[in-house]
Design a binder for this molecule. Structure first.
Ligand SMILES: O=C(O)c1ccccc1NCC(=O)[C@H](O)[C@H](O)COP(=O)(O)O
Length: 258
């Protein structure tokens, strides 16, 4: 069966081929010193929120077509987001790299370039456009490529959010030495979201040493209180942020004490 991830990855291969012809990564080599995401999130006494800019998704279609990314990001920053995730995939999520650039110009908070990274050139571009964190999805690539991209990113001063969906992928994350692991509660084949995935997989990690983030499906304080018991120190929230009519209240409900 062809999954949505398979379809996305086919598009990414085309995108990377074009990028290699047209994009010249910046060679200034300047490394911006930022506080380490790991240190900040591990030391916080409140649930760390990764607030996402997400116009649309394969599972929900259009979520918020009218969003103004820099304005949305300013609100996220003012209500205490620890990291802002900018979805830059165009065909499936209606994001753009220009969104990331505009958000970078608008806020000081660290930025995650949320995309489907399969090649070093996307890492160079993420850095050039202002990201300090990139996403690697275990299900997207063989272990050797994941290791190579992980090393490439960390050597360039970027943090890596290493995303897993099951036990086998969690083992890959550990073998690679990922210190920030995202457990995605969304099944990419059925789109079903189940917080029990975080509860199951978090048991396989020493959460005192590894920063574990739970991704997808957060709506209420009860959701956060539930997964906090698994040693989770951060949550990635897209749709709930994008549909919120009162972001101050939404942040207040999700930023529970740890
Ligand atoms: O959101 C989707 O439909 C989706 C489909 C296929 C691959 C990835 C997908 N989402 C990416 C994400 O990981 C979420 O945007 C993120 O975790 C936030 O989820 P939510 O709070 O449920 O919007």
């Amino acid at each position: 069966m062809t999954t949505i991830l398979d379809k996305i990855l086919i598009e990414k291969e085309k995108e990377v081929a074009v990028l290699k012809e047209s994009y010249q990564p910046s060679r200034d080599g300047e490394q911006v010193k930022r506080p380490s995401l790991y240190d900040v999130f591990m030391q916080s006494d409140r649930m760390n929120i990764i607030a996402e800019i997400k116009r649309a998704s394969p599972s929900k279609g259009i979520i918020n077509a009218d969003v103004n990314p820099p304005e949305q990001a300013k609100q996220y920053e003012s209500y205490g987001a620890g990291l802002i995730s900018v979805l830059t995939d165009e065909p499936f999520f209606k994001g753009t790299m220009a969104d990331l650039q505009a958000v970078h110009a608008a806020v000081q908070v660290p930025l995650l370039n949320k995309d489907f990274i399969i090649d070093e050139i996307q890492i160079d571009r993420a850095k050039d456009y202002g990201a300090s964190v990139i996403l690697l999805i275990a299900a997207a690539l063989p272990k050797e490529r994941l290791q190579a991209l992980y090393t490439y990113a960390t050597e360039r001063g970027l943090d890596v959010l290493f995303e897993v969906h099951d036990e086998e992928e969690m083992q890959v994350a550990k073998d690679i030495g990922a210190n920030i692991i995202g457990i995605n509660n969304r099944n990419l084949k059925t789109f079903e979201v189940d917080l029990a995935i975080t509860e199951r997989l978090a048991k396989l990690v020493d959460t005192d040493k590894t920063l574990v983030i739970s991704e997808s499906g957060f709506q209420t304080t009860d959701d956060v209180e539930r997964i906090k018991k698994s040693g989770i120190r951060g949550i990635l929230v897209g749709e709930t942020m994008m549909r919120s009519k009162n972001l101050e209240q939404t942040f207040g409900e999700l930023r529970v004490s740890l």
